[in-house]
Design a protein around this ligand. Sequence first.
Ligand SMILES: [Zn+2]
Length: 123
Amino acid sequence: MSLCALCGREARGFGYCHRLRWDRYPFYRFCSMRCLDAAAALAQRMHGMIDKTALEKQAIKDARRYFAEALTELGLMAPFYDRKAEEIDRLIEACIDGFQESMQRQATEKRVQEDELSDPLPF
Ligand SMILES: [Zn+2]
């Protein structure tokens, strides 16, 4: 299993190499046409490379709105209301790091179930 070069989900047979120049540019795999199209547009602007740094920064910022919506729906907004944006971003980044770490681990090893059985977290 390989992972989507843009979002980190499981890649599903969508690939991209800038100008189909395999000798000059890296080959990237994606989970969907949506990620492929977005990454291809990015590669056009970045000379064949997909540098996610600027995108990730903006994506974390954009995720704040979804985080706030979920907090509101769960009635949890009050304790977070006066927190700094950097603190909210830390929570978002923790979720993203955990998600991506798990995706990468699952992609490289098959024995994930044992970890899950001994998981000490209550949720
Ligand atoms: Zn993707």
